[in-house]
Design a binder for this molecule. Structure first.
Ligand SMILES: *Cc1c(COP(=O)(O)O)cnc(C)c1O
Length: 422
């Protein structure tokens, strides 16, 4: 089979080096056990598909957790990265590069804040949120309000704004001052501003809570968040690490009337889809107030903003525009949600989300079982929690590509949920 013998970029043939079982043995003997045992060993990808070390092909509806916007091995992205690396790969932030400046200009333009907006590039979403945390501290105020269910990353600052107790507890004490209110609860949000509002530095929100199970904020809640922060001089920071870069069919989810009601935040963070698979993130300050908070020497990075990452992001944005992927995401996503609901499958309790950020909520705690079964059927999906499957496929995914998923769901035995209840 040519699939098995396809050489990796290192010029080695996976089948000569070992099958999945052998690789997993070596993995367990070398890697820190923070992730558990991986589901498969993958050796290559092409478009919406990846192949494992045993030569099996998978439809990739996770895309590296909402990262591979253009799918795998996209020729435009590959060429842009190779060309930049062959010209100038890294220089540190003692120096500027045209690639980095051009990317900043393009992002500011798409966020409609050219002039007063500014960008700080990072290598990940966590680092972007860590920078946002430091930005908030620079207001001189102490309180930061985040949402129950929030996920903002695993570094100490980002973790302080992340709600999940199991992630936080082993690492306490975390940086202080962070409080949590329930998502979409207008009264709770207003109450948080009832006492000492002059000490609220920032309110940080994910427009759609990703790790919490693809839970969109309501436009009313986002509007109220903007009003309250504005009234009390606090920053509204949107974590668009997962929702940004076209994921919901808009450049940024807050521009989507179904979620953000067109509010303008003071700052937002990006990563995941930004580089189409190359690691890159950003803190963007949108308003003039936010753009002047961090001064010379107050934050830094060695790799952040390197020209290869910037070239990857520019190429990704270029293809999204050239190929009309924002409109494509809207139509393919709408169709997928409609098709999933039309199955009227007894295991499906709810279908949520916008664009190509979709959750299927099951009637029982069966999402891990379903993920396992999907893998065996050659489909990669994600059990974001025991009740919920997350679908965040590449933005290039077509309705035809999704046919195997619908067939898979159709054939799920309806008695699967028996004995495992929510
Ligand atoms: C993934 C994610 C992060 C963390 O990004 P990393 O690149 O893994 O550091 C932060 N916020 C949100 C909303 C995310 O989905």
């Amino acid at each position: 089979m040519s699939e098995v013998n396809h050489p990796t970029t290192a010029g080695i043939v996976p089948s000569e080096l070992g099958n999945s079982t052998q690789w997993l043995d070596r993995y367990n003997g070398t890697m820190l056990n923070t992730f558990g045992t991986p589901q498969r060993v993958l050796v290559r990808g092409d478009g919406v598909h990846v192949w494992d070390a045993d030569g099996r092909r998978y439809l990739d509806l996770l895309s590296g957790i909402a990262v591979n916007a253009l799918g795998h091995a996209h020729p435009t992205l590959t060429a842009a990265i190779a060309a930049q690396l062959g010209t100038l790969g890294h220089v540190s932030n003692f120096f500027a590069t045209p690639t980095q400046v051009t990317l900043a200009e393009r992002l500011l333009d798409r966020a409609r804040c050219v002039g007063q907006g500014r960008v700080f590039f990072t290598n990940s979403g966590t680092e972007a949120n860590e920078a946002a945390f430091k930005l908030a501290r620079r207001t001189g105020r102490r309180r930061i309000i985040a949402l129950e269910g929030a996920f903002h990353g695993r570094s100490m600052g980002a973790l302080a704004m992340t709600h999940k107790q199991a992630y936080r507890e082993p690492f306490e004490p975390l940086p202080g001052g962070v409080e949590f209110v329930p998502a979409n609860d207008l009264d709770a949000l207003a109450q948080a501003f009832d006492h000492n509002p002059q000490d609220v530095a920032a309110l940080i929100l994910e427009p759609i809570q990703g790790e919490a199970g693809v839970r969109p904020l309501t436009p009313q809640f986002v509007t109220s968040a903007r009003e309250l922060t504005q009234r009390h001089g606090a920053l509204l920071i949107l974590d668009e690490v997962q929702t940004g870069m076209g994921r919901t069919g808009y450049w940024f989810a807050h521009q989507d009337p179904r979620i953000g009601a067109g509010v303008v935040p003071d700052a937002m963070t990006l990563a995941k889809g930004l580089g189409g698979g190359f690691p890159v993130g950003a803190l963007m300050t949108i308003t003039e107030q936010a753009s002047t908070l961090l001064g010379p020497g107050q934050h830094g990075t060695t790799f952040g903003g390197n020209p290869v990452a910037a070239a990857a992001a520019l190429a990704t944005m270029g293809v999204i525009e050239r190929d009309g992927l924002l409109a494509h995401v809207t139509s393919v996503g709408d169709q997928l949600r409609e098709d999933l609901l039309a199955l009227r499958h007894p295991l499906i309790a709810e279908v949520r989300g916008f664009g190509l950020m979709i959750a299927v909520q099951w009637t029982g705690e069966i999402s891990s079982q379903i993920t396992q079964r999907a893998l065996e059927h050659g489909i990669i999906i994600n059990a974001v929690n025991p009740w919920t499957t997350r679908l965040v496929p590449p933005l290039i995914t077509t309705t035809d590509d999704l046919a195997p998923l619908l067939e898979f769901v159709t054939n799920l035995p309806s008695d699967m949920a028996q004995g495992v209840t929510a």
